[in-house]
Write a protein that binds this ligand. Structure first.
Ligand code: FE2
Length: 365
């Protein structure tokens, strides 16, 4: 940690989704993604306002929360956005200082530093607003041994799904509106002390095809990487614009979950019903010219629709799920890094070019 880092962060603490039915959402993430049940809060624990289920795999902790009463903040969020990410929580050494330092630099407060206690000890939480209705919560939990946070009890259902090899959150992408990327990049720089990650992705030529612009902001130790997308004018409607239209503003677009074995992970996810984008065969006819040697069997990657990209430091394997809710908004990426530190933007161009080649054969371009 650099001495001048005013916001030291140990890592992501949890990601909380506001959803219409937390019970069923939690089951989907257990059955389809292999997350393990960890903690529960609801009527039985004295919580009359909302119900939350917490699941975990590797270092990834997801919370699904639904309202038990009408007209709550949760209902309004679901009404405006559909199911989506409300909270990206950071595990910090000092939640009070995190709040004070960021608010001093212009953050809009969401939650004053609050001490929560139960029989397992004490946690301090605070929070600030970021893009759209999304918030960051700072969690200080050095003096806590419970299953999640005070107010939660251990959740021990009989159903246990096999894990799928998911390890940690590699990055979390936010979509913002037209001309807002630089505003939010500046917010993360000025208010949270993040730096722009200069990567291979910045100087490629894919903008015309992808119709998006992207900047990656990272905290001091690199454990929090937050790419920010804004729509751009392209040949078709920007996929970012589509998101913003359906989400009703800025929000979290995808979580990239890391694995050490993308072939096994994706095979397992597909068997359990996670749906991924399919890739034209033409992509695999030319991808090796672009990326050079890889350790994996190309035919296997092709059969699973896994994409390959490279930068100066190595390559990466990645795949994108279809949206995991009814609105075409939030989705997952599964990523395995083999040296590469970039985010796979090279694949957008290849993807769109492949599609155009197909169109050309059909005479529809
Ligand atoms: Fe990504």
């Amino acid at each position: 940690m650099a001495e001048n880092d005013f916001l030291p962060i140990n890592g992501t603490d949890y990601i909380e989704f506001y959803v219409g039915n937390a019970k069923q959402a939690a089951y989907y993430y257990q059955a389809a993604f292999g997350f393990q049940p960890i903690a529960y809060s609801g009527l039985e624990t004295g919580n009359k306002e909302k119900t939350s289920y917490v699941v975990k795999q590797g270092k990834i902790r997801l919370v699904f929360t639904t309202s038990l009463v009408p007209d709550s903040e949760i209902n309004k969020h679901c009404n405006a956005h559909g199911d989506g990410v409300k909270v990206a929580a950071f595990w910090v050494p000092d939640a009070k200082k995190s709040f004070e330092e960021t608010v001093k630099r212009g953050a809009k407060p969401y939650m004053e530093p609050t001490k929560l206690t139960d029989k397992w000890g004490e946690v301090v939480c605070s929070g600030i607003h970021t893009y759209g209705d999304t918030v960051h919560i700072f969690v200080e939990r050095d003096n806590y041994t419970g299953p999640f946070l005070p107010g939660y009890v251990e959740w021990n259902p009989t159903f246990r799904a096999q894990e799928t090899g998911l390890l940690f959150i590699d990055h979390m992408v936010g979509n913002v509106g037209w001309n807002e990327m630089n505003i939010w990049a500046k917010f993360y720089a000025d208010v949270l002390g993040f730096k722009q990650l200069i990567s291979f992705d910045d100087n490629d030529i894919s903008t015309e095809y992808t119709a998006l612009m992207s900047k990656v902001m990272s905290n001091d130790n690199g454990r929090i990487k937050l790419p920010l997308n804004e729509p751009a004018h392209g040949k078709k409607k920007s996929q970012i614009e589509e998101y913003v239209d359906f989400y009703g503003g800025a929000g979290v677009q995808h979580l990239a979950l890391a694995t050490n074995n993308i072939v096994e992970t994706v095979r397992s996810l597909q068997e359990r019903g996670v749906e991924f984008l399919t890739i034209p065969d033409t992509y695999y006819q030319t991808v090796m010219d672009r990326v050079g040697h890889i350790d994996e069997d190309l035919k296997t990657l092709q059969s699973l629709n896994v994409l390959i990209d490279k930068d100066d430091e190595g390559y990466l394997l990645q795949i994108f799920s279809k949206p995991v809710e009814d609105r075409p908004t939030f989705f997952f990426e599964i990523i395995q890094r083999k040296g590469a530190k970039s985010f796979g933007k090279g694949n957008f161009k290849a993807l769109f070019e492949s599609i155009e080649r197909e169109q050309e054969l059909r005479g529809t371009l």
